[in-house]
Ligand binder design. Structure first.
Ligand SMILES: *Cc1c(COP(=O)(O)O)cnc(C)c1O
Length: 424
């Protein structure tokens, strides 16, 4: 046993690995995810509510006991996590809800929740002695990885989808990543193909944001749930809304609640609600059709403004479906137009500016309220996962530009009326 990690077990064939053998992929080559199992019995001896409450560290590394790496000297951090859980009073009123919370993950160092997982992944890569890492990503995961790699002095090869926004590519270039856009998004994700080829050929450490190639990043995402539990004073909300692409975030969120349940720190689960765009809903379809979790059908030709959710195949969909089953959760898809509406509503009523992928969760809540899947008396947490400045092109299409005038009151009056319908 290593620290409190008992072993890693393949989600497909059950093969077990010791952390010290430095695994990332199951050697059976079956694309299973190596789920990390902890020794809850030993942890229970000291890991109590009082113990956690007594720690004041303001980052996800507050939870070092429940995270790889083994040695704290290998932790690579930019103080990710410890994000606020914001009581969304005005938004709640507009939606007719009583208790609504926003977990604001836009506050992370590179402006998405992916920082949590990539901080863990780079720390593990450091512990394993790797200097060169590769990733496949629509943008945010590569950006996060590159920031932490820069801090650790590592080299990054980033394969991003052709459509990745320039602001993400710019971030990558500044962090020093060797970034390449890869053409051909269809049933198979071309960035994943490129990453696998490069890792096999050049011995890079694979570090995307999904489990089968990188089991460690899920451990970072799970700290979102630890924080939510503590921020609600160890109470469990009725629902947690999660945007879904590869379903790795959903898997991490589920794992966080499961850890705390196994440790006896909470006495039940919140119900998890998974949200995708109608432009790419393979996970929602799998849930609704009751597909075999290990054979989820990929989506043909994904197309949505929520680029961060554009994975045609949900790599961690098997664990995601388990999460929904165990927590009596639900899943639904939303139109891009509703995602845009959610973006505007969140920004204008709470001052939180999120990218489309980051706010699909809220769009899902809006639809669930309309269709009666959620009761107005239930307590809801919505994960808002990425910052609005990540996708300025989408934003410009939605809101246009500001009018330009000469410094003249009459011109001001005309411009305000024309653009905003505001009469002075
Ligand atoms: C990656 C991402 C998601 C989805 O996470 P998955 O693990 O792929 O399901 C949601 N929101 C943002 C902003 C992301 O970057």
């Amino acid at each position: 046993m290593t620290k409190y990690i008992r072993n890693l077990r393949c989600s497909r064939c059950g093969s077990e690995y010791d952390y010290r053998s430095k695994p990332s992929l199951c050697l059976k080559n079956d694309l299973g995810r190596l789920d990390i199992n902890y020794d809850y019995e030993s942890l229970k001896e000291f890991y109590t509510r009082e113990y956690v409450n007594g720690k004041s560290l303001m980052s996800q590394w507050k939870y070092f006991d429940l995270l790889p790496p083994e040695s704290s000297e290998n932790v690579v951090t930019l103080n990710e996590g410890a994000t606020p859980l914001i009581k969304a009073q005005r938004l709640a009123e507009r939606l007719g809800l009583r208790r609504l919370w926003i977990k604001d993950e836009t506050r992370n160092p590179t402006a998405s929740y992916k920082d949590r997982g990539m901080s863990v992944a780079v720390s593990v890569a450091k512990e394993f002695g790797y200097r060169k890492l590769a990733t496949a990503s629509s943008g945010n995961a590569a950006v996060a990885l590159s920031a932490y790699a820069a801090r650790a002095g590592m080299e990054i090869y980033a394969f991003v989808i052709e459509q990745a926004s320039y602001s993400k590519v710019a971030q990558l270039l500044f962090y020093g990543a060797k970034v390449v856009r890869v053409r051909g998004l269809g049933r198979e994700d071309p960035t994943v193909k490129m990453m696998r080829l490069a890792c096999e050929k050049f011995g890079f450490f694979p570090s995307p944001s999904f489990g089968p190639f990188n089991p460690y990043q899920i451990e970072g995402s799970k700290t979102i749930s630890y924080e939510i539990v503590e921020q609600l004073q160890w109470r469990v909300a009725d629902w947690v809304f999660v945007p879904v692409g590869a379903a790795s975030l959903l898997t991490g969120v589920w794992k966080g609640f499961r850890d705390y349940f196994e440790l006896g720190l909470i006495d039940g689960y919140p119900r998890l609600f998974a949200v995708q765009s109608t432009g790419n809903p393979p996970f929602v379809r799998a849930f609704k059709e009751g597909q075999d979790p290990l054979n989820i059908r990929p989506w043909d030709y994904p197309h949505t403004i929520a680029w961060g959710l554009e994975d045609p195949y949900p790599w961690d969909g098997d664990a995601g479906l388990t999460a929904l089953r165990v927590t009596k959760g639900n899943a639904d898809e939303v139109e891009d137009a509703l995602i845009v509406e959610a973006m505007k509503l969140l920004a204008s009523s709470e001052g939180i500016f999120a990218e489309p992928s980051g706010v699909a969760s809220l769009a899902g809540l809006m639809k669930a309220l309309q269709t009666g899947l959620i009761d107005k008396d239930e307590e809801v947490v919505v994960l808002v996962t990425g910052h609005g400045l990540k996708d300025p092109d989408v934003v410009k299409e939605v809101v246009g530009d500001a009018p330009t005038i000469n410094p003249d009151l009459e011109e001001l009056r005309v411009a305000l009326l024309k653009k905003y319908g505001a009469a002075l």
